[in-house]
Design a protein around this ligand. Structure first.
Ligand code: PLP
Length: 537
């Protein structure tokens, strides 16, 4: 590709996970965006990122004495932000909102421009306060800053762009600004939409219907998010209520889902949307230097002792667990890691389904489990899931622990130090799941349902395990009961015996885990695919 002129890309994302303490990320979407910008820098692609400087970021979620999660926010200040001297204006709720543009380029990333409304001249300083915080109106205001403000920032900075890439539907108002620019130059609406589509590509993320944000039309009009478009034009693009994913599918020339299975699911899910772009599958990937222990990569190639290095990482995890919770785990006993956003379809407590099976294993400490993960601050069901995990740590003291306030640091530690990475979403609701890739490349063996990225990589008993054989059911109880039985079967008949009785085979599986994933799920491959299949016409 090197002798071709590469399209210049502006990538829009609500969140970026570049560094653990730079709190402008919440979860997987942001981690992907952060890894993408680092890959762009490493491999010299003409890409810039557009995002928001969240003053309070996402919740710091702690657990109280009664075992319930609660949320805490603090104001963050970052010394490494560079002032671009650029400010742009977005009209929101009949008021002008100024957005200051900061540059971040110190994490080995391609340039990232962040918009910030926390300025004395604004009445609405709090728009960029909390990532995914508050309710409908604020979310729309935030998305107007990202989309409309983002395009205006690019113009003011003089950054030339061939392709606008929306990571999730949050950025869809950027297309409204592109349409407005064209209509101002004299194009009609339909012509401007067609021309805009030629410049936009879109990544869809969630196969859970409710995860696809929609807004009431009158609220969009009142907020000024219609951006000059009529009610009919809004409906023509996003339906009623206005669905951000639907609009993004109609305003892009091509879209991608984040794994091959997800592409099938997404195409079915949106098949009724007329005039939408095709959804291809480009599986997510990770930035190796951020997540993978370089020594493990070398050892997998023969230079070093995989088990020894793994044990070092495991002991580091155990020391950190001790420091954070007081619990002393046993380095010689099997250690399972599980960290996920607390959402029902991820079934964090599946492994506790049948006490007859799991009780003896945990009580004899044949199995230890470290959990982590946050619930969305407004999600009571999710908080109930966290509370239930905390309850399990009290039921099985010494063998089940929960690490509060999941962040990149915990993510990195767990995906290096566990022996097994457990993942049990209800297929096909997990879009991709990059934590499993981090684990796989660190020699932490995946034990997972065949969902997200795992069907593409799994070789059962060779580089990890699957359970459930891809079973799905419209009946949730039946689905869960089936998968719990399957999990127990693989855990007791394969994982535990291999760990305790066939260490040589285990280490060979670790090696296979690393060797079979390190290239295919390297962000370098993902960027190549984006360029070949999405960015290049
Ligand atoms: C890797 C990572 C994620 C994404 O992992 P999933 O497999 O999608 O759950 C989310 N949060 C943090 C902190 C991570 O490190």
């Amino acid at each position: 590709m090197s002798d071709r002129v590469l399209p210049r890309v502006a990538y829009f994302s609500m969140e970026y996970g570049l560094e653990s303490d730079f709190k402008i990320y919440a979860g997987g979407l942001g981690i992907l965006a952060g890894d993408y910008l680092k890959g762009a820098k490493d491999h010299d692609y003409p890409i810039v990122g557009i995002g928001i400087l969240w003053k309070q970021g996402y919740t710091d979620q702690l657990v109280d004495e009664d075992g319930r999660p609660y949320d805490a926010y603090k104001n963050h200040r970052y010394e490494f932000l560079k002032d671009t001297g650029v400010k742009v204006k977005v009209r929101i709720r009949q008021r002008d909102v100024w957005c200051k543009v900061w540059l971040v380029d110190c994490f080995g990333n391609a340039p990232l421009y962040l918009l910030d409304t926390d300025l004395p001249e604004n009445e609405d300083r709090w728009i960029t306060g909390q990532l995914y915080g508050w309710f409908g109106e604020e979310r729309i205001a935030q998305e107007m800053v990202l989309g409309i403000g983002g395009v205006r920032a690019l113009r003011a900075l003089g950054v030339e762009v061939d392709v606008y890439h929306f990571n999730e539907g949050h950025a869809v108002f950027a297309a409204f600004e592109l349409i407005r620019e064209k209509m101002e130059k004299g194009m009609g609406f339909e012509e401007a939409v067609r021309a805009t589509r030629e410049e936009v590509v879109f990544t869809t993320h969630t196969p859970v219907k409710e995860g696809n944000e929609s807004h009431y039309l009158d609220r969009l009009m009142y907020m000024g998010a219609n951006h000059g478009l009529t009610l009919e034009q809004l409906v023509r693009l996003g339906g009623a209520p206005f669905n951000m994913t639907v609009a993004a599918l109609r305003l892009s020339r091509i879209s991608n889902a984040v794994a091959q299975l997800h592409a099938e699911t997404a195409n079915k899910m949106w098949e009724g949307v007329e005039g939408r772009s095709e959804i291809i599958g480009i599986t997510n990937a990770i930035h190796l230097p951020t997540w993978v222990d370089e020594r493990m990569l070398r050892a997998a190639g023969g230079a070093g002792d995989l088990w020894e290095i793994h044990m070092e990482n495991k002991r580091a995890l155990i020391a950190s667990v001790k420091e954070r919770t007081g619990v002393e785990l046993d380095p010689d006993a099997l250690l399972i890691g599980f960290s996920r956003r607390a959402a029902p379809y991820k079934r964090s407590d599946l492994i506790f389904t049948d006490p007859k099976v799991i009780d003896p294993l945990l009580k004899a400490r044949k199995v230890q489990i470290v959990f982590s993960g946050k619930a969305h601050p407004l999600d009571d069901t999710g908080k109930g899931i966290v509370a239930n995990l905390v309850k399990m740590t009290r039921k099985y003291p010494g063998s089940v622990v929960f690490l509060e306030n999941y962040d990149m640091r915990i993510g990195r530690m767990l995906t290096r130090g566990a022996d097994v990475w457990l993942n049990n979403p209800r297929r096909p609701l997990e879009a991709s799941g990059t934590s499993g890739m981090k684990a796989a490349m660190n020699g932490v063996l995946n034990l997972s349902t065949l969902d997200g990225w795992w069907p593409e990589a799994c070789r059962h008993g060779v580089n990890g395990w699957q359970f459930g054989n891809g079973f799905t059911s419209p009946n949730v109880e039946e689905h869960d009961a089936h998968d719990a039985r399957a999990l127990y079967r693989v855990l007791t008949e394969e994982v535990i015996p291999t760990y305790y009785e066939h260490r040589g085979k285990w280490v060979e599986m670790m090696r296979q885990s690393i060797l079979t994933t390190k290239d295919r799920f390297d962000v370098k491959r993902m960027l190549e695919e984006y360029y070949e299949r999405m960015y290049q016409k």
